[in-house]
Design a protein around this ligand. Structure first.
Ligand code: CA
Ligand code: ZN
Length: 300
């Protein structure tokens, strides 16, 4: 049986104070119905942006209490399916995104999704590549709005978080309090205009529990690579943090020296930008799993 949480159960802040919408046993799957990041407020090209309620940005469906999870554990969340609805929205404007200083007012565009493509205009259609923008758990002793990424996950806007990816989220409070939303039909790394192709839909997540993994920040694993995701006010610090945490993770599980790890990451790894437009910026450090396998690395 797959549990279901409707979009009526949503949060705008990751917080230990939120009542769970559902309690899930580890190993089970849950389907979350999600609104788009504007709480579905823009439906037609003529919808007036002045009417967007900015307190209703980035709703995440949940939270889901994961039975038996405690601080120091990790939720191993496998993205089993991302189903998106048939129209996406993009938004940019004054002081939004990398080019916001060159813009006046708000600008939005509705992208119909047809035949596996998000139609931008009569010249350009993007092949859809659905991903999850917001996925996280409650932080330890504060509340964090759903627009901000940090070590609890949240608005990481990381394009690796697509179907079949595994997201490891460190648990900070009992039950974890998992929530997710902010689907993108497609998004380029950086998310420079401040939005991807924002879309509502449904996500199916399988949630397993890894006891006492003690991760300092989320990881994402796919068929090829393991990635450390790290966010900071400064992009430089986000990159340094992601690389340092990767180094500590590999060192702790292989006995390789820092110099060897630095060289392996430099020759075979990849440092990338997830997004540069949220209150904290997000970078990632990826390493192919075949390299880790050579040194007997195992995450748990
Ligand atoms: Ca986002
Ligand atoms: Zn989004």
């Amino acid at each position: 049986m797959i549990h279901f949480v409707s979009k009526d159960h949503h949060i705008f802040k990751f917080s230990a104070k939120k009542d769970p919408a559902l309690t899930l046993n580890p190993g089970k799957s849950v389907r979350l119905e999600t609104m788009d990041c504007f709480s579905d407020q823009i439906q037609k090209p003529e919808d007036r942006l002045e009417e967007v309620d900015w307190d209703k940005i980035n709703p995440a469906t949940g939270p889901v209490y994961i039975a038996g999870s405690k601080k120091g554990d990790a939720l191993k969340v496998t993205v089993e399916e991302i189903k998106i609805n048939d129209q996406a929205v993009m938004l940019t404007g004054k002081d939004l995104g990398v080019l916001g200083h060159k813009l006046e007012g708000f600008h939005s565009k509705v992208l119909p999704i047809k035949g596996g493509k998000a139609v931008f205009d009569d010249k350009t259609a993007f092949a859809i590549d659905p991903m999850i923008g917001v996925i996280g758990v409650a932080p330890e002793d504060k509340e964090i709005n759903c627009g901000t990424p940090d070590v609890h996950g949240g608005n990481m806007d990381t394009s690796l978080i697509r179907e079949n990816a595994v997201v490891y989220l460190p648990v900070w409070v009992e039950g974890g309090l998992l929530a997710a939303g902010d689907l993108h039909a497609v998004m380029g790394d950086g998310e420079v205009c401040v939005s991807g192709a924002e879309v509502s839909g449904e996500i199916q997540l399988n949630v397993a529990l890894v006891k006492e993994l003690n991760l300092p920040t989320p990881l994402v694993e796919n068929e090829q690579n393991l990635a450390v995701i790290y966010s900071h006010k400064s992009l430089d610090e986000a990159v340094t943090g992601a690389v340092e945490i990767m180094e500590e993770l590999i060192k702790g599980k292989t006995g390789l020296s820092t110099a060897e790890i630095a060289m392996l990451l430099s020759a075979g790894g990849q440092v990338s930008i997830s997004q540069v437009v949220d209150p904290l910026k997000t970078a990632r450090c990826e390493i192919p799993k075949w390299i880790l396998d050579n040194y007997g690395f195992s995450l748990y």
